[in-house]
Design a binder for this molecule. Structure first.
Ligand SMILES: Nc1nc2c(ncn2[C@@H]2O[C@H](COP(=O)(O)OP(=O)(O)OP(=O)(O)O)[C@@H](O)[C@H]2O)c(=O)[nH]1
Ligand SMILES: [Mg+2]
Ligand SMILES: [Zn+2]
Length: 337
């Protein structure tokens, strides 16, 4: 109870903060200008408290602040990865609080619906330019449907997709690699204690969000890539074969050589109700070129009677696995993974 009271008191403080400074004009017309605001990035959120980093964050000499949302933002959401403007105490000293007064336009948003029938979409992360689907080759076993769905989400969001297949010490990656190959997506294979040079190279200079089932090794990767990350990891349940949902909130961590990696909680499914039909083809320029010859309203799916993709496969302009793989990931939208 005591903790709760403390939190209430802070909220009152922050209302007081928000009162316009100049009182000579009617209050409703005064819009604070926040000339003194600094730009920061949201790295994690915990019960209404936002940890934001000024400049590059602590690893690169910047400052970490605890912030609350200013009232002028109303119900506008603030998510991990957002670039925000903060005012108030910007020293980062213990016990200080700053306020987020503005959220900059997002370059990308990763959305997901809980499942395809769920109309409520949630933004998971803003401003990431890469999405790395993390899947274990065993323990828990790979579910290619989920990989496909995450790839659709990445393509739809205009993010560069990557796949990381973990636990290659436990199972052979050949089959999953074969299935992903025609998509032309970068696939990285890792194992316990591996040298992670290839992963590092793919991530440096980018902001990459990790997405995958619980227990696949997302936090393990983060710990190997970021010094002092200290992400808690936990074993996969021997009886159910499932992860334990060890990570419970998203957090963005700076990479030593530049860029950031965003660890997220394990997901059970990845709903794609928000994905526009026809949007995915933009991520496949070779196919997009061909479908200009499709009849109006063609979805380019396997059952389409006059789809130009079939003609292009028949006359050798497109490799059949490429078209089949495109259709598979598009069809994954209708399956629950
Ligand atoms: N054998 C093997 N085990 C691994 C590997 N990578 C991770 N693990 C183990 O897998 C378990 C789960 O790893 P986590 O990093 O906690 O998984 P996570 O994806 O962060 O899980 P959530 O936070 O629940 O979403 C831990 O016991 C890790 O030690 C690997 O390459 N090989
Ligand atoms: Mg984790
Ligand atoms: Zn078509």
């Amino acid at each position: 109870m005591a903790g709760r009271k403390g939190a209430m008191r802070h909220d009152d403080d922050h209302e007081a903060f928000d009162r316009p400074r100049r009182r000579t004009q009617p209050r409703t017309k005064v819009r604070p200008t926040y000339d003194d605001a600094r730009t920061a990035r949201v790295v994690t959120i915990d019960r209404g408290r936002y940890t934001v980093h000024l400049d590059d964050g602590p690893l690169h000499g910047g400052i970490a602040l605890t912030s609350v949302k200013a009232r002028n933002l109303g119900r506008k959401g603030v998510v991990v990865g957002d670039v925000v403007h903060v005012v108030g105490d910007l020293t980062g000293s213990e016990g200080t609080l700053s306020r987020i007064v503005e959220v900059e336009d997002r370059t990308t948003v990763l959305r997901r619906t809980a499942d395809d029938d769920d109309p409520i979409e949630r933004i998971i992360v803003a401003n990431a330019d890469q999405l790395m689907v993390v899947a274990a080759l065993a323990d828990p076993p790979p579910r290619t449907g989920l990989i496909d769905r995450c790839l659709v989400a990445a393509f739809d969001a205009g993010m560069i997709p990557l796949v990381c297949l973990t636990k290659s010490d436990l199972a052979d990656p050949a089959e999953v690699l074969d299935q992903l190959e025609p998509l032309g997506v970068t696939v990285l294979v890792t194992r316990r204690g591996d040298d992670l040079t290839a992963v590092r190279e793919a991530l440096t200079g980018h902001t990459t969000v990790l997405v995958g089932h619980s227990g696949v090794g997302k936090s393990t990767l983060v710990n190997a890539l970021v010094p002092d990350a200290d992400r808690v990891t936990s074993h996969v349940d021997e009886v159910t074969g499932r992860g334990r949902h060890t990570s419970t909130s998203a957090i963005s961590l700076e990479l030593p050589d530049g860029g950031a990696i965003i660890d997220t909680p394990g997901i059970r499914s990845f709903g794609l109700a928000h994905v526009e039909p026809g949007h995915l083809i933009h991520a496949f320029p070779d196919l997009e070129e061909v479908v200009v010859d499709c009849p109006r309203g063609c979805t380019h799916g396997a059952g389409e009677p006059e789809c130009a993709l079939d003609v292009a496969v028949a006359d050798g302009r497109l490799p059949e696995p490429r078209v089949t793989s495109f259709r598979r990931i598009w069809a994954s939208r209708d399956q629950l993974a």
